[in-house]
Write a protein that binds this ligand. Sequence first.
Ligand code: MTE
Ligand code: MO
Length: 330
Amino acid sequence: MLIKSRKQSDLPENQITPESAYVSRRSVIRGLGAGLGLAGLGGLVTAGTGAFAAEAKRKPLDFTRDKPDPDLVLTPEAKVTNHNNFYEFGTGKTDPAQNSQDLKVEPWTLTVEGEVAKPGTVDVWKLMADTNLEERIYRMRCVEAWSMVIPWVGFELGKFLARFEPTSRAKYVAFETLYDPQQMPGQRNRIVGGGIDYPYVEGLRIDEAMHPLSILSVGLYGKTLPPQNGAPIRLVVPWKYGFKGIKSIVKIKLVEKMPPTSWNKLLPQEYGFYANVNPAVDHPRWSQASERFIGPGGLFSVKRQKTLPFNGYGEEVASLYTNMDLRKFY
Ligand SMILES: Nc1nc2c(c(=O)[nH]1)N[C@H]1C(S)=C(S)[C@@H](COP(=O)(O)O)O[C@H]1N2
Ligand SMILES: [Mo]
């Protein structure tokens, strides 16, 4: 996500920081490796490929594997965990990995309330152990025009919500991230936090939430989530821009009216409630027709590719929006 006050060099077209960081780190490693020998090199390689303090605490998960789509190339794990948006930990792409390592993700509870017959609070770590987890390899498209392919591990949001027995008045689902300024520097400071009014909130229409592609993710690359990706539980909706994928969720409320969402509150003319990936509707400040795929390799292998309607999931989800003007409901 971008905020208006950002300078030109921070705009997405110029956003080469993460990739150039890899390149320069590698040349540093090469330069030092000659003198330090293999031991020194090993240490530096680890530092450059995402060894976080919290990395050691990630637990292996039991899950059913997705059958890999031969057309999809995975984004390497080190890039999935080093190029993030999580404004509670800063607005730079490497800030979340740097600043979120001490987030206390265990224990963690998630409350489901509102228009449900059986409201309740669940222990997320128990939930993880008791649920049949599935791997879902999804294309992800950020509104800033970069994309990744990520092997998430999680479960269907709809099946989870069904346990709480939504009432007929449940028309929307509202989500909320942890509010804890002690742990989240962006919540203490408007500059660090990018001007968002915390806690971060998001929402879906009930039919979107019930769609089998919508998942609550508890892991990636076979292990529990690192904090920078939204540990211990976050939303993943692959046909929508990345900002819908609210992280580190503590509350889900089923409601009758369309709930407020963080980016829409901050910049309503730029970010709508629906946020369906749509190459035909440009962001007011840049095109959404194409994207930079963050794949394996260095700076020069970042591939520009066409953006697909509904991020390539149109066959599954377009019917949710028949008779809706997607220019108006962006
Ligand atoms: N709580 C919270 N959730 C958030 C954000 C955030 O700043 N705070 N950023 C969103 C944006 S803009 C994107 S693109 C995705 C990025 O998810 P990833 O870092 O796991 O790729 O998280 C989304 N969820
Ligand atoms: Mo984003």
